[in-house]
Design a protein around this ligand. Structure first.
Ligand SMILES: C[S@@+](CC[C@H](N)C(=O)[O-])C[C@H]1O[C@@H](n2cnc3c(N)ncnc32)[C@H](O)[C@@H]1O
Ligand code: FES
Length: 450
């Protein structure tokens, strides 16, 4: 018994640039047109669409197979999709001019493709050619650097509703030849389009990278541009064991840093609030609370909650602005302090420690957890959110790479493993210590004061 009337597979196998492939022949556009058309013709509940890997017939792509009939379509264009949906999927009549009905030819072509592929792999192996994935990893900085430069120059805002390279160069105060080179590269990355010499934003860049959009993420992403400079010191940091002194320009990036933290926090807050629960929490201390995004999210969920955000002097004015914007000045207060040295206070039901521990050394965290224990009311809890490594410290990949982010950016910071967090919590006196599942790259640890 099939749950769907039809099941369609479309090949979207990525191949190295220059190799013939279905995506190279616009299979993603066909897929998008198909999703839209199924909705418009009222079939989205009856037809399941899946992408699939190479079918070995790349020269005839994009390929699409419709089951249960097993009809193979080849060389489809997005303009063909409406007809396939109405004629085949609605009325049971396959579009014969696009159907490939020669199994012998198909088998022969697939076998030839397979043999060529194996020969190519063998030849590459014998010639000692760098594997594609390794090459891609090593050059991974190129697209990243192009986008970060575009963000630094606020180029997507300058593109607006469409401009020539000359106009954009004028707006960003750039050299015309160089600006055009960057614009062309951004077109290759599918962040811009180019029509008759005019550059246009794509729906993604218009929505997320342009100042005129409500969802403009540029302020938060500027922090990543600052990180680029830090990461370029990694070799020196590995040798010396700690970060290189920040120059004055970098120290001014606090506003961008807090904007980036706020963007992350707002994305995660709903899931965190759900996991934290609301039982019995009235007084909360948000250690290094940054923009206060978690205090704000928790206060909105719990009408009886009052929170205090403790952070550094240069951050607190920014925190206050975020709290004012949320209209929660009456319930969320702020305090300037150093969490490693200043008294934390007493009788909190919850101490929230989000994205903090990775800034400090293991010994500093051990001491901090002891002080947090003392700041809690009986049965109060500490909740830690961070990028938590597995015991071996080589996974998850994001947490392992983030550890380097701390090497280049802090004196003794690092990502830490679940056993390390458990050990510090236990050592401080906490009980019922648990890891709590959370979607995304960060995890939560919780512990209770007796
Ligand atoms: C990575 S941000 C995390 C912000 C927030 N908790 C979140 O998850 O969005 C770290 C915060 O800790 C603050 N911070 C760093 N060292 C501190 C210290 N010794 N005392 C108080 N706050 C500190 C920073 O100013 C920053 O706001
Ligand atoms: S890439 Fe689609 S069949 Fe090979």
């Amino acid at each position: 018994m099939e749950p769907f009337r039809h099941h369609i597979f479309i090949c979207t196998q990525a191949k190295p640039e220059g190799a013939t492939s279905c995506p190279g022949n616009r299979s993603w556009q066909v897929l998008q047109a198909l999703e839209t058309e199924l909705c418009e013709q009222g079939l989205d509940d009856d037809v399941q669409v899946s992408t699939c890997g190479c079918l070995g017939l790349c020269d005839d792509g994009p390929l699409m197979i419709v089951y249960p009939e097993g009809v193979w379509y080849r060389k489809i264009r997005k303009e063909d999709v409406a007809e396939i949906v109405s004629s085949h999927l609605k009325s049971g009549e396959p579009v014969s001019r696009l159907v490939w009905r020669d199994p012998q030819e198909m088998k022969a072509k697939a076998a030839k493709h397979r043999d060529q592929y194996r020969a190519m792999i063998k030849a590459k192996g014998q010639a000692g050619v760098l594997p594609d994935e390794l090459n891609e990893m090593i050059r991974g900085f190129m697209p990243s650097r192009a986008v970060l430069t575009a963000l630094e120059l606020d180029l997507f805002s300058a593109v607006g509703d469409g401009c020539s390279a000359k106009e954009i160069a004028y707006a960003i105060e750039g050299d015309e030849r160089a600006t055009e080179m960057l614009l062309n590269a951004l077109v290759s990355l599918k962040l811009l389009e180019k029509k008759d010499g005019t550059f246009l934003n794509t729906p993604v860049s218009a929505r997320f990278l342009s100042a005129s959009s409500r969802d403009n993420a540029r302020p938060g992403l500027m922090h990543t541009a600052h990180l680029w400079n830090r990461w370029s010191t990694l070799t020196e940091c590995v040798k010396s064991g700690t970060c290189i002194e920040r120059d004055e320009r970098e120290q001014k990036g606090v506003r961008d840093f807090i904007a980036a933290m706020d963007r992350n926090a707002r994305e995660r807050a709903a899931a965190v609030v759900k996991v934290v629960g609301v039982n019995g929490i009235r007084r909360m201390l948000d250690l290094g609370g940054g923009s206060g995004a978690y205090s704000i999210a928790l206060a909105r969920e719990m009408p009886n909650l009052n929170s205090e955000v403790l952070d550094q002097a240069q951050v607190i004015p920014l925190t206050q602005a975020y709290i004012r914007k949320a209209g929660l000045e009456g319930r969320i207060t702020t305090r300037v302090g150093d969490m490693l040295r200043d008294p934390l206070g007493k009788n909190y039901d919850l101490v929230f420690v989000s994205a903090i521990c990775h800034m400090f050394s293991a010994e500093e965290n051990r001491r901090l957890f002891r002080r947090i224990y003392e700041a809690l009311a009986p049965h109060g809890r500490v909740i830690i959110q961070d990028f938590i490594l597995e015991a071996g410290k080589t996974a998850p990949r994001f947490a392992a790479l983030f550890s380097l982010n701390m090497l280049v950016g802090t004196r003794m910071g690092s990502s830490y493993s679940e056993p390390e967090y458990s050990d510090w919590l236990q050592n401080a006196g906490f009980s019922d210590i648990r890891r709590m599942p959370l979607p995304g790259p960060a995890g939560l640890m919780i512990g209770f004061r007796n």
